[in-house]
Design a protein around this ligand. Structure first.
Ligand SMILES: [Zn+2]
Length: 283
């Protein structure tokens, strides 16, 4: 998955962010990951002793390098969330592993960074109420289950109804979308939910999963957004939150294409939108 490295390089090359605006996360200690995941699962995954079936459900070949990347990505979302509180807006260049459940991983997701970051920030007393806005094309099923019955974290998932996972879970708010939905209808649908949600919940922090597998050319998505549609979506989410005074921490979420250059460009739309909004915020 060289897309993470390429995304970083593209953001620098295009001047979307300056070198000094990048922060390097660390591997969080296991007890932070265990705020969400069972110690048995965390240990088995990190030591490479997961059973074959459990490993297959994740869908990525195990290696020590992947363990490190997985943990650092979780650390990245924790750091992003902390930075969002002081800066108003911050973006990870990874993250969005929303199919990870407390005791198993699935769909390329091992540890649920959105959930771990939420629990860590709550534990540190930095936030109480969190809103998770999950616009990846797939339902945030792991996140939904982790926070079921937890009134301090509101889970909102807008996804294509015909996509993975087959068995959907109950988020606090699910908005299933029909196959082939295009930019205009998508942006209108989003606009009909997000402002009301924000004023109802009044979160201390918004975690935004900006998956680009909503793109028309995505291999695993069934919606039909264009690059422009994705950029407008990200602008809409960020400006709605920031203008109303809610800090936003963003993760890149899913995106699948053989043409890595186009895929990395799509992911960078989030940071391009964030850069514009951040400049407005500082004026
Ligand atoms: Zn996805």
């Amino acid at each position: 998955m060289s897309k993470f490295q390429q995304l970083y390089e593209l953001l620098l090359a295009d001047g979307v962010a300056q070198r000094e605006q990048f922060y390097t996360p660390e591997c969080p200690p296991p007890d932070l990951i265990e705020l969400v995941h069972t110690p048995n699962y965390v240990q088995a995954y990190c030591q490479g002793t997961l059973e074959f079936q459990a490993q297959r459900r994740i869908g990525l070949p195990w290696s020590p390098a992947l363990v490190r990347r997985t943990c650092v990505a979780v650390g990245g979302t924790i750091l992003t969330a902390k930075l969002a509180l002081t800066q108003g807006l911050a973006c990870n260049t990874a993250g969005g592993t929303h199919h990870a459940f407390p005791n198993y991983g699935s769909g390329f997701c091992i540890f649920n960074d959105l959930a771990v970051a939420s629990r860590v920030l709550q534990k540190l007393g930095l936030v109480h109420k969190i809103l998770i806005v999950d616009l990846d094309v797939h339902q945030g099923d792991g996140t939904a289950v982790i926070f079921q019955g937890d009134e301090s974290v509101f889970t909102f998932s807008m996804h294509c109804q015909a996509n993975f996972p087959n068995a959907k879970q109950n988020s606090d708010l699910d908005v299933p979308l029909p196959i082939g939905m295009e930019d205009k209808a998508y942006l209108q649908t989003l606009g009909s939910y997000l402002p009301d949600l924000l004023s109802e919940i009044q979160p201390d922090l918004v975690l935004y999963d900006a998956g680009v597998d909503t793109h028309i050319d995505d291999k695993l998505g069934k919606l039909a957004l264009t690059d422009t549609g994705i950029f407008l979506r990200d602008m809409q989410v960020l400006s709605t939150c920031v203008n109303a005074g809610y800090p936003v921490a963003c993760v890149i979420g899913g995106g699948y294409a053989d043409d890595l250059k186009s895929l990395v460009w799509r992911h960078s739309l989030l940071h391009r939108a964030a850069s514009q909004i951040y400049q407005q915020l500082r004026l």
